[in-house]
Design a protein around this ligand. Structure first.
Ligand SMILES: O=P(O)(O)O[C@@H]1C[C@H](O)[C@@H](CO)O1
Ligand SMILES: Nc1nc2[nH]cnc2c(=O)[nH]1
Length: 354
């Protein structure tokens, strides 16, 4: 078990040019009230080769939010204000619950619960094991907000939308992001039920040219070109390792590298071999874009993977059972107690220091 530590930076982007200003074609789809976007587009008039927009700012914003892949700062601010006002408290620590790990939010007391459907401009959860609730309340003396349900790329959400709640957390006052996930263990030393503290990642979606920070950068969130070398806070990793030791689970705890693929398929043997050669220890379908967004806006990040299935890199092991979401959920349920204790004790240590 090794030692670690980190730094910070922040930012967002502003919708893309297509819809960010009313000087292009209007997008269709969800409509605003009775009026569909195409009808609204017909109301536009051409003037000197530019399309003039007859929509009110409110209509424009509603259209943009419904159809956009990215969220302007002001919209994120409105969502954050809605949550802070509704909860009557300002959280310091944000927790994203991985698949089957929604119980991390159940240990929060004096909880104010927001269903995603009822939060203005918030996406909805579509995956089993992701309840779609935001829980704000107390944990070990700290005010925390937890997402019982995250958004994944394979659900059809663009990466900026998947990680938009991280920016909401930031504008709510969150300084620390705890991101958790269920993942397949590629490192042959990892066993089902082990916890891997993330100290780095390989951004496979980024290799393919996809980033949550794509598009215009809003410096109110952070810089255009954020550095990621110190993304995972070394001090928090060291504290978590100590906590693991005192829980007697140090032999089931690792520090390793996570990679996110787009999903929803689990990996082929050839893909797993390639990931292993790249130094990846655990593979999943989330977290990396959330961490990128959090680092962009200067949040301290702690992240761990619960190893819910073993990923073999050998064709001779193909007789082994294939990964299933049921198995992932079942392992997460069995390990929720340890995961909750780890999170609670780390929150306690952060709170004790402030
Ligand atoms: O939300 P996480 O990353 O914990 O969920 C993982 C990836 C897929 O959503 C699902 C596959 O079983 O678990
Ligand atoms: N991509 C991926 N995600 C997972 N989530 C839980 N297990 C796995 C896995 O084996 N692969």
């Amino acid at each position: 078990m090794t030692g670690y530590n980190a730094k910070g930076d922040m930012a967002t982007s502003n919708g893309n040019h297509r819809n960010g200003h009313c000087n292009g074609s209007s997008s269709n789809g969800n409509g605003t009230g009775d009026r569909q976007a195409d009808d609204l587009a017909q109301e536009n008039q051409t003037n000197n080769g530019k399309i003039q927009c007859s929509l009110t700012p409110e209509e424009l914003r509603a259209l943009r939010v419904l159809n956009e892949d990215t969220y302007p700062y002001e919209v994120i601010q409105e969502i954050a204000d809605f949550i802070v006002k509704g909860a009557g408290m300002r959280p310091k620590i944000g927790i994203i619950c991985g698949s089957g790990l929604g119980s991390l939010a159940d240990i929060i007391t004096d909880a104010k619960i927001f269903e995603y459907e009822k939060i203005p401009n918030f996406p909805v959860s579509t995956v089993e094991g992701h309840a779609g609730k935001l829980v704000v309340g107390h944990l070990e003396g700290a005010i925390v907000m937890a997402m019982q349900g995250r958004f994944h790329f394979y659900e059809g959400y663009p990466l900026a939308k998947c990680s938009m709640p991280v920016r909401v957390m930031k504008l709510c006052g969150v300084e620390y992001l705890f991101a958790t996930n269920a993942a397949g263990g590629i490192n042959p030393k990892y066993a089902v039920g082990d916890i891997m503290l993330m100290h780095d990642h390989v951004n496979m979606l980024g290799f393919a040219g996809n980033s949550p920070l794509q598009g215009p950068n809003d410096p109110r969130f952070g810089p255009r070109f954020p550095a990621l070398v110190n993304s995972y806070n070394k001090d928090l990793i060291n504290k978590a390792l100590e906590i693991g030791k005192s829980m007697g689970i140090e032999s089931n705890m690792h520090v390793g590298v996570y990679s996110c693929l787009g999903g929803p398929t689990y990996e082929t043997i050839a893909e797993l071999k390639a990931l292993r050669m790249m130094g990846v220890d655990a593979v999943g379908m989330s977290t990396v874009h959330e961490v990128i967004t959090a680092r962009h806006c200067d949040m301290k990040v702690f992240a761990f993977s619960l190893i819910t299935n073993k990923c073999s890199t050998e064709y001779s092991d193909m007789k082994d059972e294939e990964a299933t979401h049921e198995e992932v959920m079942s392992v997460a349920k069995n390990r929720q107690k340890a995961c909750c204790e780890l999170v609670a004790r780390l929150v306690r240590e952060i709170q004790a220091e402030s």
